[in-house]
Design a protein around this ligand. Structure first.
Ligand SMILES: *Cc1c(COP(=O)(O)O)cnc(C)c1O
Length: 411
């Protein structure tokens, strides 16, 4: 049995149920017009799961194109500095395009191709998911349109250029707040109209069923490799897994295949922004309430009237008002612990990792490192901690410079 077949066969974690629910979370809160498209997608995905040829194709691209397996790296200088448990990085920053998002983008693009679709569309905020989608589309010779808020296009000019270079069309969205939320609405409208030849490529474990399931499965490779690699290096499984949580895909990708190992602590780190009390953050488990956003029931940051609250984070990838439904469920069961790191803590970890390891982490990943800086010194030296280095920080140096230089100028 290959790994892909084992996805369903050995699953000890029974969610989502047949209605796409994770306990009370998840589901399909969508206009009726989208129902057929989602049903068709689910059927195609279930069929692909059982298709050895699909799995072989995916595995070939994972190895030769993405560069998998990504290394599991012992961060010795950070370990010495923190003076507690041994710290490993799972190096998703070394995946092609510099982050884990390509795992999902390529998987879904291959699925779309298998469904006979010639076009993929996606929405993007900071541009990272747009770039991953455009990359997969270029690889497979598919048409690609990326919806992006006008405001975001202005802020992320370089990524807009990158997507166009990769052959994608970037469609400006001028409605509403001209950001991610509006781009998603436009993308879904396009999908309803063009579903016959178009696949909507969801970037994280969000949205209506089956997207959270599909994206999770394509990211599970992170945890599957980590298990093999840590057994090879240490002869045992880790004690703690740490990952940042935006929509939740890199974290669930690392955690999923360890969920049944009850001895292993798993900690998801959200964006604490300027602090929880400031209200300027994206920590959904610290102030969010049950609600639906973009087709799914989960924790959502909203005001008393159910209006979506403005969020803030120094890292664009964590700056989203809702979190994947499976995380909401695993939060409720207590299997995964959630915490947050502030902008300042993340920026400190960003500099520390760069100086000590010669690895400039994505600001998103720096949130996970920031929590490690608090936790690891308290753990015994024979403990093992694995941090998911979800992406590299080249994309963030300008943003980081803005904050760090301002800080240095202060007396
Ligand atoms: C997009 C992104 C994230 C956040 O998304 P998840 O779905 O929570 O993984 C984290 N790290 C990097 C590098 C990203 O690009």
């Amino acid at each position: 049995m290959n790994e892909f077949e084992s996805l369903s066969a050995t699953q000890s974690h029974p969610y989502p149920d047949s209605r796409g629910r994770y306990g009370t979370y998840g589901g399909k809160y969508i206009p009726e017009t989208l129902m057929t498209a989602l049903d068709e997608l689910e059927a195609a995905y279930r069929a692909a799961q059982k298709d050895a040829a699909f799995h072989e194709t995916l595995a070939r691209y994972q190895a030769d194109y993405i560069g998998r397996p990504t290394p599991l790296y012992l961060a010795q200088r950070l370990t010495d500095h923190l003076g507690g448990a041994k710290v490993y990085f799972k190096r998703e920053d070394l995946a092609h395009t510099g982050a884990h998002k390509i795992n999902n983008a390529l998987g879904q693009a291959l699925l779309a191709q298998r469904m006979g679709k010639s076009r993929v569309i996606a929405e993007t905020g900071a541009g990272q998911h747009g770039v991953a989608t455009a990359t997969a589309a270029a690889l497979l010779g598919m048409d690609c349109d990326i919806y992006m808020g006008v405001e975001d296009m202005e802020r992320q000019k370089l990524n807009v250029f990158r997507m166009r270079l990769l052959g994608a069309r970037v469609i400006p969205v001028a409605s509403g707040t001209q950001t991610l939320k509006d781009a998603i609405n436009e993308g879904l409208r396009d999908w309803v109209t063009n579903v016959r030849h178009t696949h909507y490529l969801m970037g994280t474990v969000q949205g209506p069923h089956p997207f959270p399931l599909i994206c999770r499965d394509f990211q599970r490779i992170i945890g599957q490799e980590t298990r093999r690699q840590i057994l090879e290096k240490e002869g045992r499984l880790p004690d703690v897994l740490l990952a940042c949580v935006g929509g939740g895909s890199n974290s669930i990708g690392l955690f999923f295949d360890f969920l049944s190992e009850n001895r292993i602590r798993m900690i998801g780190v959200e964006a604490g922004g300027l602090g929880i009390d400031s209200g300027k953050h994206a920590a959904r488990f610290f102030g969010g309430k049950l609600g639906t956003l973009h087709g799914s029931m989960s924790y959502v940051l909203q005001d008393e009237n159910g209006q979506i609250r403005g969020t803030h984070s120094v890292s664009a990838g964590l700056d989203y008002p809702s979190v994947g439904p499976e995380h909401a469920y695993l939060h409720e069961t207590g299997r995964i612990e959630y915490t947050y790191a502030t902008d300042q803590q993340a920026l400190d970890a960003f500099q520390l990792t760069s100086k000590l390891e010669g690895i400039i982490p994505a600001l998103e990943s720096a949130h996970a490192v920031a929590h490690a800086c608090e936790l690891v010194p308290k753990l015994p030296k024979d403990n093992i901690v694995v941090i998911n280095m979800s992406g590299r920080g080249d994309k963030d140096v300008q943003q980081a410079a803005r904050f760090i230089l301002r800080e240095e100028e202060q007396p």
